[in-house]
Design a protein around this ligand. Sequence first.
Ligand code: 5GP
Ligand code: ZN
Length: 138
Amino acid sequence: MKDNNCIFCKIAAGEIPSKTIYEDDKFRVIMDLGAASEGHALILPKDHYANLMELDEETASSVLPLAGKISRAMMKSLDCDGLNLVQNNGEEAGQTVMHFHLHMIPRYKGGNEVIEWKPGSPSAEELEETAAKIREAL
Ligand code: 5GP
Ligand code: ZN
């Protein structure tokens, strides 16, 4: 299903041009216009899912094998030293386009920081309390 108001639906369908690395019946992989590093790409499903929570299982199960294939091609072709996969869900998490996408960000020695967080120091009780909340919601 497409969403007529969604720019990534239009890009994935080829209605808006993009620098495409790979395409099949379910996905298009494009270069990110605001690339954080050389080679920064986005895996877009052709159907519209706002985020990971909405993604159907069949599509979800194809995303990582595709990311693996693209990663191997990036490592071979770009001479990068590593690679981050980033997937934002919700505005507070930095999602700006509400169509599921997986960022593939090649990393280079001495390159910019891409993902940073300050490690916290929760107690064992706090960890257990939080783990229990999530377990109960499964
Ligand atoms: P988010 O912040 O939602 O996780 O990531 C959205 C990404 O899409 C950003 O990295 C941004 O640079 C990229 N982006 C936004 N609009 C376009 C577009 O029209 N074409 C391409 N190729 N990338 C886009
Ligand atoms: Zn969409």
